[in-house]
Design a protein around this ligand. Structure first.
Ligand code: UTP
Length: 302
């Protein structure tokens, strides 16, 4: 990959997690509990996301929160009372797990007063991030820890200075559920040049089967583009529209095709799949859970 004139070589060191949405697809569970705090086995979704950022070397994490979402921040605080009880009980495994949550990253927050769209939520991070490149991790999806995605996105962004997206190959009949990228090949098979983005196209209209996943690495110039973006689809200020403005201004946009597994916990079906898939993988309970699951499924088929 050649270094673009805008390439600074500076790798993003901050992440923004927009988590101020209303989560309507998961109501009524999300009336009082943020979807980011729904547990997947024994950790909230948000912890998997912060762990993903930390594993990529990003330990400055800004949570964009909103009304009723304060408990998200509490999850990353110390709990001396709980720690003391676990210490007294000699439960060192849980003690370590509880302490770990407060040691993963430096957590900062800012408020999005009203959920005016993903672009608007990212815009709330402007003063924390400044002119620097940064990563955006949506608060309801994460990828397999064994198949990290962020490090290669951060490296690519440092070399191009532009926008880097993560793309997932989806079945053609599902394109209408995603933002879909039109792309051109590059010399590297898993990196494409993005020439356009279409929101939720029908399979006939879709320019490819490459869906935009909830991971972005963006240059600081996105904040001006967001400030200039008018409400778009659904009356919301869309991140896609701000990225499209940078694309037409000549900012390079690349996509990395992700071949690993992505968990989408933003609605009940994907959430249930994530819980089962991760429970089966767990060394401490996977075997027993899988045996039960197999028997349960067998019983239903019999
Ligand atoms: P979604 O499209 O999943 O919206 O936003 P949502 O409100 O969370 O959920 P549904 O669609 O109503 O079920 C993608 C990400 O952007 C955040 C959400 O919290 C989620 O992590 N977001 C969205 C904001 O922070 N603010 C917004 O105004 C909109």
């Amino acid at each position: 990959m050649t270094t673009n004139a805008q390439g600074t070589g500076k790798r993003a060191v901050k992440a923004v997690i927009p988590a101020a949405g209303l989560a309507t697809r998961f109501l009524p569970a999300t009336k009082a509990v943020p979807k980011e705090l729904l547990p997947v086995v024994d950790r909230p979704v948000l912890q998997y996301i912060v762990e993903e950022a930390a594993a990529a070397g990003i330990t400055d994490v800004l949570l964009v929160t909103g009304r009723g979402k304060t408990s998200m921040v509490d999850h990353f605080d110390r709990r001396p009372d709980v720690e003391q009880r676990l210490e007294e009980k000699g439960d060192l495994k849980r003690l370590e797990a509880v302490r770990r949550t407060s040691e993963l990253a430096d957590i900062y927050t800012c408020r999005q007063g009203e959920p005016l769209g993903l672009g608007h939520a990212v815009g709330c991070a402007a003063s924390h991030v400044g002119d620097n490149p940064f990563a955006v991790l949506l608060g309801d999806e994460f990828v397999d820890v064994e198949q990290p995605l962020l490090p290669s996105m951060l490296d690519l962004q440092a070399s191009t200075g532009g926008i880097v997206l993560a793309l997932l190959e989806v079945p053609t009949e599902e394109t209408s559920r995603y933002g879909i990228a039109s792309v051109e090949k590059t010399a590297e098979s898993d990196i494409v040049k993005v020439t356009g983005l279409v929101e939720k196209p029908s399979p006939a209209e879709a320019p490819s089967n490459l869906a935009v996943l909830g991971r972005y690495v963006l240059p600081g110039t996105i904040f001006d583009a967001i400030a200039d973006t008018k409400p778009g689809a659904g009356g919301e200020i869309q991140l896609t529209d701000a990225m499209a403005a940078l694309l037409s201004a000549g900012v390079p946009v690349h996509g990395i095709i992700y071949r690993g597994h992505r968990y989408d916990t933003g609605m009940p079906l994907g959430y249930l799949q994530a819980v089962v898939q991760l429970a089966v993988k767990r060394p401490d309970l996977g075997e027993e859970f899988l045996a039960w699951l197999t028997e349960f499924v067998g019983g239903r088929q019999g």
